[in-house]
Design a binder for this molecule. Sequence first.
Ligand code: TRP
Length: 333
Amino acid sequence: MFGEQKVSYSGVQPSGNLTIGNYLGAIRNFSTYSEKYKTFYCVVDQHAITVRQVPAELRRRTYETLALYMACGLDPEKNTLYVQSMVPEHTELAWMLNCFTMFGELSRMTQFKDKSAKHSDNINAGLFTYPVLMASDILLYQTDVVPVGIDQKQHVELCRDIAERFNQIYPDTFTVPEPIISRSGMKIMSLADPTKKMSKSDENTNAVVYILDDRDTIIRKFKRAVTDSGSEVRYAEDKPGVSNLMSIYSCFTGKTIEEIEREFNGKGYGDFKLAVGEVTADALAPVQEKYHALLADKAALEAQMKKGAEEASWYARRTLSKVKKKLGFVQLR
Ligand code: TRP
């Protein structure tokens, strides 16, 4: 809470390749948050370096990620969009919060356990303290709500624990945030294995539809999607493939499941899969067009980054100065 305004905060990895699952489950709804909250969206390049990055690629993806979120409907006039490394208060607060976070707490983070198993040659301290940087992202803005995927829930809970611990010693420092987990009803499944969530890091690229896939690719991927035995377009637990495609069709068209069942009554899977591909491609076309236009004007994107960082800094500096005062640091005016 900043003044009278409730705050929503979310961080996004500069990884480009977002899927229609990310789009339908989260990004598409982001723009509605700005009606209710003061909203911040941060491209978390400092988080990205916990695993090795190719510098030119990280730089390129930072521009791309900002452009993609704007293309998906995040209006920079209504939301503060910025890049983490441009607001040094994040890493500064992270150090202080490190001193209020327990080794044992960080050891229990499942993402740390997974990532250190995957990158066993590079289990660096940053990978370990990553949730503390995330907590400082959130707490700097006196955040009330954090819209995240279920995989980040544990990190938000740790952030709450850190905030409560700090407030216990130094009262009224931080707002204690709540996670908002995107509804599982919106969960989009893999096209190759509909019992598994669609994941941007799936090795089988036919299983995943990316927001930036071109029309032919989208239609081809849906044509190849795994369906179930039988031929009826019907939503059912024992038909996870067709049901997933129906959810996607429903999300993009706004039609209900019953309407879709009626529309494809007597038609086969082939017709249906083509229709899903077409509505997906149609829905993504304006997003892609906007994305390419934004990306073509780097100077405008940089101006946007600068404006976003200045806005964010204003809030971040207020919280950081309060923390320093509470901790007993001498601050010169
Ligand atoms: N850790 C998050 C992820 O991997 C990204 C993130 C960083 C974040 N800082 C955040 C999300 C603050 C919400 C709030 O997806």
